[in-house]
Design a protein around this ligand. Structure first.
Ligand code: URP
Ligand code: ZN
Ligand code: ZN
Ligand code: ZN
Length: 472
């Protein structure tokens, strides 16, 4: 059915203006004033901002990890994402050494197919490079539309790949037109520090952070950037948590390298002291990289503002406090790493970023949506309000004040890492390809309505705009 969204303020990464949006067949068919309302359902967005649905470039839904499986799957996770103003997620498809990549991709299709309520794509983990993998990668890109590969430089004996694998993945990505993503921490040194801490009887959650110091994130980030330069390839550093890593990204970019960086809401508003909460509550804040000393937050905000970091991912990887996090009750290294962030990503960036004057409204849209759509081959289908784009639209009341809580969130997990935090602004209604998923804060979507997205290659658009600063 046609829909006409009236009286709202449209915000894109470039502009803020008053106009109506006409939606037909799941796409935006016109933007303007006095658009024809005949046969259209009229939606009044008075007092609201109307911006493109968020693109969350970093989720782990239904993922086996740390001896358990993440609590939120493609159904609960995408419902929570939609409530939070996100209409696209790109999830990490895990692979197993010695097994065909195709098999892993099939597994991820099976997890998501009938469950997602919003559109989704996959990144593919690369943990080894051999002839079989090299033979399969072109199909992964051309047939599956998976145009980003993830290499873990940490989690020794689990996901960690060596530098040879990273370098050869960068070379392949360059040739095939993919973007290489890295989890940048020095896994070997972390492994040593972890064993040493445990030998010394240091078992509490805080030691998770103390055995993964920022130097090891900075070192790995710098190493990955150098290898990217040597391979003349392209790199996206996920979940940047600290000044050490920001410096390395900024240095690489100043040399003209195609190096991009993502941070996450948790690093912008939480800090290392959260891991010291009593009664094992610190386990709620165990993820990697760990939370840092508070002063790093200013560095991250400034990097978002100046464009040295370009995106914000949730790194949604949720585990219940009771029954999952407590696997590490006597040993911090056994606490499943990850937190529930998918729902609050957009709100936190708006409230803490725009409302507090740290970024502009247009930068906000760029960071939560547009830039990820561009980097991951979804733009302009996703990531903007433009004629011809998918009608993935958030109607957002910028004045509502509320308190984040597990009691009201929609994730399946039993705690919220931002519990008690006051935020201003809330998505009221959210449309995915022209259909309401959330309407007046009620879920009206359907599992299975989300479509799998085949993405374009890492493209000329991004390369040409390597040095553009964000529109202000
Ligand atoms: O602790 C985290 N971040 N868990 C998810 C996996 C990863 O490293 O991104
Ligand atoms: Zn497929
Ligand atoms: Zn990671
Ligand atoms: Zn992650």
């Amino acid at each position: 059915m046609r829909k006409l969204i009236k009286n709202g303020t449209i915000v894109t990464a470039a502009d803020t203006f008053q106009a109506e949006i006409l939606v037909e067949d799941g796409k935006i068919s016109a933007i303007g004033t006095n658009l024809p309302s005949a046969g259209a359902e009229v939606i009044d967005a008075k007092g609201c901002l109307v911006f493109p649905g968020g693109v969350d470039p970093h989720t782990h839904l239904d993922m086996p990890f740390g001896g358990t499986v993440t609590k939120d799957d493609f159904e609960t996770g995408t419902i929570a994402a939609a409530f939070g103003g996100t209409t696209t997620v790109i999830d990490f498809c895990l692979t197993e050494k010695g097994h065909p990549l195709k098999k892993a991709i099939q597994t991820w299709h099976a997890k998501s197919n009938e469950k997602a309520v919003i559109d989704y794509g996959f990144h593919l983990m690369v943990s080894e490079i051999n002839d079989d993998v090299l033979n399969e990668l072109p199909q992964v890109i051309n047939e599956e539309g998976i145009t980003s590969f993830k290499v873990f430089m940490a989690y020794k004996n689990v996901f960690q790949a060596d530098d040879d694998t990273l370098f050869r993945t960068l070379l392949s990505a360059k040739e095939l037109g993919a973007l290489v993503m890295v989890h940048a921490e020095n896994g070997d040194v972390i492994d040593y520090l972890t064993k040493k801490a445990l030998e010394e009887g240091k078992t509490e959650p805080i030691y998770h952070a103390l055995t993964r110091p920022p130097e090891l994130e900075g070192e790995a980030t710098g190493r990955a950037a150098k290898l990217t330069g040597l391979a003349d390839s392209q790199l996206y550093v996920v979940h940047v948590s600290c000044a050490d890593a920001v410096e390395k990204i900024a240095e690489a970019r100043s040399k003209g390298l195609n190096v991009w960086g993502e941070t996450c809401p948790q690093y912008l508003v939480l800090d290392i002291s959260d891991l010291e909460k009593p009664n094992f509550e610190g386990a709620k804040y165990v993820w990697s990289p760990p939370l840092r000393e508070k002063w790093n937050q200013d560095v991250l905000w400034n990097a978002l503002k100046s464009g040295q970091l370009q995106t914000i991912g949730s790194d949604q990887c949720s585990f219940d406090f009771k029954g999952q996090k407590d696997l590490g009750k006597d040993d911090f290294s056994k606490i499943p790493n990850g937190g529930p962030m998918i729902e609050d990503r957009v709100s936190i960036l708006f409230s803490e970023g725009v409302k507090k004057g740290r970024i502009t409204l247009n930068q906000f849209v760029d960071i939560i949506s547009t830039r990820s759509a561009k980097l991951f081959g979804l733009f302009p289908k996703k990531g903007t309000i433009a004629v011809g784009s998918d009608a993935d639209i958030v109607i957002f009341d910028p004045t509502i004040e509320r308190v984040i809580s597990a009691e009201t969130h929609h994730m399946a997990v039993d705690y919220n890492a931002f519990e008690g935090m006051k935020v201003t602004g809330e998505p009221v209604s959210v449309l995915s390809r022209g259909e309401f998923v959330v309407r007046d804060k009620q879920f009206v979507g359907k599992p299975g309505n989300g479509k799998y997205l085949k993405r374009e290659k890492y493209n000329t658009y991004t390369k040409l705009n390597q040095n553009e600063t964000m529109s202000i």
